[in-house]
Design a protein around this ligand. Structure first.
Ligand code: FAD
Length: 301
């Protein structure tokens, strides 16, 4: 099938991009890497009358680590809206500074798709089975949004509203996503199960643990993908881990807590019961891997 006709716009700078979106409102769709939008257009599941291509706004391709300081983004990795998933994956700073993001990126589709798809586009698209919305939620990332009304930051916890629906207004442009830099002695892991490498996973788990000098957990982050209409944070399981020793018993208790109230979707890829089961297994696996990586950080320091 071919897309329905649309008028194509390609503004050359951020001000023109924001002004174009303000003029066109909900008749327009932003085009970033096109890896989700173009299939939707081709299947006529989306039929905007205007398509606004962001690719010429080169300032938005930056990926910056902002160390502690006075500015609003101090202590964050700032990923600009045109930075591709592959740009960030190949950036040598990311594994040490935001290890959960580094672990999740190679699980997205295939390199050809990551060469075009953007980090911000994946979060703006908000597919509940996608890796990066769960990473953003687990880490308390901030989504930086610009429109003719100004710039604002939306916490990831307020961003994902329902299936493919976010707190964005039709004329909003996500200009960056800010990921907090990891504290020392943090280990992280993203684990998922899919039928074939590169497929959207049936379920996934983002886990991050920070240890104190005695090896006890001082910070725990857990978010699940593919088990609801939005990515889910497992706050009660996180609370149970903080202050605990990182043992298999603690990880088993966290897994039971994280999955107790899950009511995942049933579809052609997996039954609800199977999704719930693998989510529990993945929580344990991801926590164990995060713990091993946090310990490895101790040995290197
Ligand atoms: C075969 C295949 C397999 C895939 N497998 C996976 C997978 O396993 N895991 C995964 O996470 N993803 C997967 N994807 C999707 C891929 O990661 C997309 O790149 C991503 O979901 C969207 O990013 P994009 O830059 O391509 O956005 P686009 O497709 O250009 O846009 C997606 C949506 O987000 C909006 N949008 C994009 N950028 C912005 C912005 N800056 N501000 C406001 N709105 C914006 C667009 O208007 C559109 O509605 C797959 C894609 C394909 C084709």
């Amino acid at each position: 099938m071919k897309p329905a006709p649309f008028t194509y716009h390609r503004p050359a700078d951020l001000d023109s991009l924001v002004a174009t979106m303000a003029d066109l409102g909900d008749e327009a769709k932003l085009l970033a890497g096109g890896q989700s939008l173009v299939p939707l257009l081709a299947l006529r599941l989306a039929s905007p009358t205007h398509l606004v291509d962001m690719s010429r706004v080169l300032d938005l391709r930056a990926v910056d680590v902002h160390e502690a300081g006075e500015s609003a983004d101090a202590g964050y990795l700032v990923v600009g809206a045109n930075a591709t998933q592959r740009d960030v994956e190949l950036d040598l700073r990311i594994a040490a500074r935001v290890p959960l993001l580094a672990d999740a990126l190679p699980l997205i589709a295939h390199p050809q798709i990551r060469n075009r798809g953007t980090v911000c586009g994946s979060i703006a698209h908000a597919d509940p089975a996608a890796e990066l919305p769960a990473v953003a939620l687990a880490l308390d990332a901030r989504i930086v949004v610009r429109s003719a009304r100004g710039t604002r930051r939306i916490d990831a916890s307020d961003f994902f509203l329902s299936y493919l629906e976010t707190a964005l207004e039709p004329d909003d442009v996500v200009v960056a996503v800010e990921f907090p830099l990891a504290a020392p002695h943090t280990g992280a892991a993203f684990h998922e199960i899919s039928r074939r490498h590169g497929d959207f996973a049936m379920a996934g788990v983002a886990a991050s643990l920070t240890l104190d000098h005695d090896g006890r957990i001082v910070d725990a982050r857990l978010a699940l993908s593919g088990v609801a209409s939005i990515p889910l944070r497992a706050a009660a399981a996180e609370a149970g881990l903080v202050g605990a020793a990182p043992t298999d018993e603690a990880f088993l208790a966290a897994s039971s807590e994280a999955t107790a109230l899950l009511d995942p979707p049933d579809d052609i890829h997996a039954t609800a019961a199977y999704r719930k089961h693998i989510a529990g297994v993945l929580v344990r696996r991801a926590l164990r891997a995060a713990h091993e990586r946090a310990l490895a950080g101790f040995e290197q320091s």
